[in-house]
Structure formats: structure tokens, C-alpha cells
Design a protein around this ligand. Sequence first.
Ligand SMILES: N[C@@H](CCC(=O)N[C@@H](CS)C(=O)NCC(=O)O)C(=O)O
Length: 212
Amino acid sequence: MGKPTLYGPDYSTYVRTVRMALAEKQVDYTLVPVDIMTGEGQSAAHLARHPFGKVPAFEHDGFMVYETGAIARYVDEAFPGRTLVPGDLRARARMNQIIGVIDGYAYDAFVWKVFIERNAEGFLRRPTDEAAIAAAMPRVRTCVDALEALAADGAFLCGDSLSLADCWLVPVMGYFTATADGSALLAKTRRLSRWWSSIASHPSVAGTAPAG
Ligand SMILES: N[C@@H](CCC(=O)N[C@@H](CS)C(=O)NCC(=O)O)C(=O)O
């Protein structure tokens, strides 16, 4: 099998999700850093890979696929090694539920409503809108509480080994806990805060931290 190519910058949470999956499967790959902050996501070359102009996109032996869920599951099944999907039905349901909560609610709440807004000067070229952060807090707390309730009581979110749920949550938690708001909320949790401190040194986590 040929070496796959992952399109997207290392600072993207969803790109990191796929990078973690590739690292777990010990797959060598080429990262092409499409810079979404400079509008490169809307270039003709990238729109040909991803008609919605998002990252990541992925290519393997001429097969193109976009959407993180499709890419990560392809990586899990296409390459040898331990599967990142639990064999147990209920652990698998929890994994899919956690991924759904992140895609549907926590990515927006943790990354956009807290991290980007808190760092609005750098990202949005305007001051932080404190009222917007305050208004988002009920949703942010609901996300933290939901994830705390769904997480297994151990080193990984869904059982004894790292699953796709960890690949989804690590990148967004990285940005969330880089803010005082996020780290204060995490400190109030029991399972999530233990998970976060123990998973930080895991090779696929430490090895995929954004360079900048
Ligand atoms: N549904 C997409 C979402 C991907 C996504 O939102 N990626 C963000 C970066 S983490 C992005 O491309 N943002 C650029 C933009 O929205 O223009 C997936 O699952 O891959």
C-alpha cells in the first residue's frame, strides 16, 4: 500500500484527530499544510479535494476522501494494527456518542466560543467579546458535564485502550485548556481531568501537538 497524504494544517483540531489515528496505526504519511487562516482552503486546488473548503482531506493510492469521521474510520480499517473502534457494543456506542457530542456541540463551544473568542485579537483582529463568552458558558458547561458523564473511569475515554473518541477529544481539549476559562472548568471534573493529565504523555498525543 502506498503512503497516504493528509491535507490540512497541524493546528487544525480535525487534522490532529486524523494524525492521532495515523500515529496509533503507525502509518507513515505526508502532511500537506493547507493554511485555512490565509484562505488556502478556498483555493481551486483545495476545493477539488473538499468542496466545502474545510480540512482535513485525505488521499490514499488515488482514493480521495474528506470528512474526519470517514477518514479516521478508513485509516482504522485500511491499515494493520490494533483497531481504534471498541469491539464491545456499548463501548462502541459511547465512542460514537462522544464523537457526536464533539462534532455537534463541543467543537464549536470549546474552540470557537472560548478559545478563538478569548484570543480574538490574534485570530479575529478585534478585542475579546466578554459578553459573547459569558453567553456561551451555559452551552460550554453542558458540554463539559456531558463528556464527564460519558467518559469511562480510566486512562482512555472508552475502555482499556485509546479509541477514536480520544482522537476527537484530545485536539479540542488542547485548545480549551489553553484558556483560563477551560482549565478552570476542567479542574472541576474528576474523570475528564484525570484522563487529560494521563493521556498527555501518550505518544500519539505528545507527537501530534501543534508546532506553533
Ligand atoms: N465536518 C468536517 C469539519 C471539519 C472542520 O470544521 N475543519 C475546520 C478546521 S478544524 C475547518 O476546515 N475550518 C475552516 C473553515 O471553516 O473555513 C469534518 O468532520 O471533517
